[in-house]
Design a binder for this molecule. Structure first.
Ligand code: ADP
Length: 229
């Protein structure tokens, strides 16, 4: 194969769900290439297949058809164990619901994936501190998640997604529950990450945010089209 700087290559990928007698294509014959460091916005109405598509790329869902290559790995050919490792080590997920552990401090929340990856305590603390600093929360390291604002929690979730230095960040409506100033801050962090060579898939309803991405793909009824916001 010729060398390529595409970190994500989807070819004719479909995912079907059965709904009674009907079969629904949540993702319908999608082909998509994403470059390293690209900030790609995925926009589309509710139920159009955004989550299914990003979960396929993140190794959370297996497609019924087509090939998915990420970082040179064919996800379709990975064992469940390898796929779990891929999800944990190579992809950082940021969801709208933050999904932080409420009784843990900001620092402990960022360290969760590092604990799972069996990184030793001293290194864990150093890494978690570094990534909290990167999202501007060094002062809040010892505050419990419940004491943080929505924007701060979302930044902790980003720091946690970054803790294992993934090449790919999948952010599903990361600004959805934030006011526009806080949403703007999150977007700025994602833009910086992409400038550093981390590939960012941004699922959003917000067309103003999408317009700041390097590229926008629209999804409707499981099918992709490229275009302006
Ligand atoms: P979006 O993220 O754009 O809202 P989804 O990817 O969640 O869209 O869903 C796409 C379509 O697939 C929807 O019609 C949804 O109802 C259907 N779907 C998603 N997940 C499942 C599932 N686990 N079982 C059955 N249908 C599903």
């Amino acid at each position: 194969m010729p060398p390529t700087d595409h970190v994500i290559e989807l070819r004719n990928v479909s995912k079907y769900y059965r709904n009674g007698r009907e079969q629904l294509a949540a993702v319908d014959n999608v082909s998509l290439s994403v470059r390293r460091g690209e900030l790609l916005a995925i926009v589309g109405p509710s139920g159009s297949g955004k989550t299914t598509l990003t979960h396929i790329i993140g190794g959370l869902i297996k497609p019924n058809q087509g090939s998915v290559v990420v970082n040179g790995k064919k996800l379709n050919e990975q064992s469940d164990r390898k796929l779990a490792r891929y999800r944990n080590r190579e992809v950082g997920f940021v969801f709208q619901s933050f999904s932080l552990l409420p009784q843990y401090t900001a620092l402990e929340n960022v360290a969760v994936p590092l604990v799972l990856a069996r990184i030793r305590p001293r290194k864990r603390k150093a890494l978690a501190t570094h990534y909290l600093g990167l999202v501007g929360l060094e002062q809040q390291a010892s505050q419990r998640a419940t004491a943080l604002s929505g924007g701060q929690r979302q930044r902790v979730a980003i720091a946690r997604a970054l803790a294992l230095q993934p090449q790919l960040i999948i952010a599903d409506e990361p600004t959805g529950s934030l006011d526009s100033a806080r949403g703007n801050e999150i977007m700025r962090i994602l833009e910086q990450l992409s400038k550093q060579g981390i590939t960012v898939l941004l699922v959003t309803h917000d067309l103003d945010l999408a317009a700041r991405a390097d590229r926008i793909v629209h999804i409707r009824d499981g099918q992709l089209a490229e275009g302006p916001a």
